[in-house]
Design a protein around this ligand. Structure first.
Ligand code: MG
Length: 455
């Protein structure tokens, strides 16, 4: 058996890779890991199979002598907030985040509200593979699985504490929220309403079949949302993923913006307001962030791709300002150091209100880059060889080699890395000059072809 935990918990196709039997074992192993009598909060997103998997995980947890509380349907960040805020020993969320509808997943949360570390995941896997779980004596098994109330209220209250509610209220923003028929509808509209916005929702009915759009917010899946936003004269529209930790923004002109650009706006605003500290992001994010933060003397910490690593660095760096992923996950540590779609929405409204600018103006103020993202199918071994060749070719430039190779040149950059989940080489590049962009990607493609021909 291979590793169970991927980059973001255990994921799989419902009833094929992810069965109730496996879910029960994960519950039993997680229960053994957290220990007898520990208090664990469990919740789920809207996906099919969620109830089935939750019951199986709970059975495992109970068997290990854990006291389980049921948080019901809620976004991942809301559960993460609640685990920390209400002092649970840990949490489990049943979700497959942005994956297609047939997927579901199980994510284990530590007492600090952040996903458990790679090392702790390995411990849980080891318990499963060795079957060295703890079974509680029958007299200490919990009889009840109480529902835990008041989570969403406490969560929304925390978000509102980090923005200027009255200032945002005075703007009477028109906001369109697209939660992809999932749990984002339970929090973001409430946050926007408390901020005095006229709130519209699209795909706002809970439906595990995801009839509105795919759960991943992208420039393709949000096309309809952008059209509706324009027709409604919305000042801002936001698209969440299936568990609402991501927020992708659409401006009043109906333009969809990628997450590293919205994060650059938020970071720049925080820096301007005098906040200090390092900004943590993965190598897949645009280097725009360095350009934007330079005048304020703020440093960027580059990490491997994967949100858990970013969160864990934020926890370690006592002075981290925030963290983000280019896919729309933004982490604001004063609230919680994990990706949080509703918090991100509130912060963006705060910037618009405080700067007295339209969302399109905020995006247009950022440096303009041409973007190219592509992939080439090849084995991981071949992809690693290409990475080596690219590093050699561009050896006279600044290189970041923690995850593939990122080459930073004047007004351009390119990232070449093997995918963590599929047999492909990913190429991402940005340049202020369109021809320069084509030239760089052309060089990388040639190097890749050389490697493929050698085989
Ligand atoms: Mg997600």
């Amino acid at each position: 058996m291979g590793r169970l935990f991927g980059t973001d918990g255990v994921r799989g196709v419902i009833n094929i890779d992810l069965t109730p039997e496996l879910a029960m074992k994960i519950g039993l192993a997680a229960g053994t890991f957290f220990g007898e009598d520990s208090r664990i909060l469990i919740g789920r997103d809207v996906r099919r199979g969620g109830k089935m998997l939750q019951k199986a995980v709970v059975a495992g947890l109970l068997s290990a002598g854990v006291k389980v509380c049921d948080a019901g349907l809620l976004p991942t960040p809301t559960l993460q907030f609640a685990v920390k805020h209400f002092g649970f020993d840990g949490g489990i969320i049943i979700t497959a985040s942005h994956n297609p509808p047939k997927y579901n997943g199980i994510k284990v949360i530590a007492a600090d509200g952040v996903e458990i570390s790679r090392e702790d995941e390995a411990k849980i896997e080891e318990i499963i593979f060795s079957e060295k779980w703890f079974r509680a004596p029958y007299l200490s098994l919990a009889e009840e699985i109480p529902k835990f109330h008041g989570i969403i209220d406490a969560y929304v209250k925390s978000i509102l504490q980090h923005v200027d509610v009255e200032k945002i209220k005075s703007k009477k923003f028109r906001v369109l929220i697209d939660p992809a028929n999932s749990v984002g509808v339970l929090t973001s509209p409430l946050v926007a309403k408390k901020l005095g916005c006229k709130v519209y929702t699209l795909n706002g009915n809970l439906d595990g079949d995801f009839p509105g759009r795919e759960p991943e917010p992208t420039t393709e899946t949000l096309k309809e949302t952008a059209e509706v936003a324009k027709a409604l004269h919305a000042d801002l529209a936001v698209g969440h993923d299936g568990d609402a930790d991501r927020a992708i923004f659409i401006d009043e002109k109906g333009r969809i913006h990628w997450g590293d650009r919205s994060a650059a706006i938020l970071c720049k605003y925080l820096a301007k307001k005098g906040h200090r500290g390092k900004v943590v992001t993965a190598v897949s994010s645009s280097t725009i962030i360095e350009e934007v933060l330079k005048p304020y003397g703020l440093e960027v910490v580059w990490t491997k791709v994967g949100s858990v690593g970013i969160s864990r660095i934020i926890l370690k760096e006592s002075n981290a300002l925030c963290g983000f992923e280019e896919n729309g996950g933004f982490m604001y540590p004063p609230h919680i150091p994990v990706r949080d779609g509703s918090m991100t929405l509130a912060l963006m409204l705060q910037v618009m209100a405080d700067e007295n600018k339209k969302l399109s103006e905020l995006f247009d103020e950022l440096p303009h880059y041409y973007v190219l993202k592509t992939k080439i199918p090849m084995t991981r071994t071949a992809a690693l060889k290409v990475v080596e060749k690219v590093a050699e070719y561009f050896r006279n430039y600044r290189l970041i080699t923690i995850d593939g190779v990122k080459v930073l040149m004047k007004d351009s950059w390119v990232l070449v890395r093997p995918s963590g989940t599929e047999p492909i080489l990913r190429i991402m590049a940005e340049a202020k000059d369109e021809n320069k962009l084509k030239e760089i990607v052309g060089i990388v493609k040639n190097l890749a072809e050389e490697v493929l021909k050698l085989k």
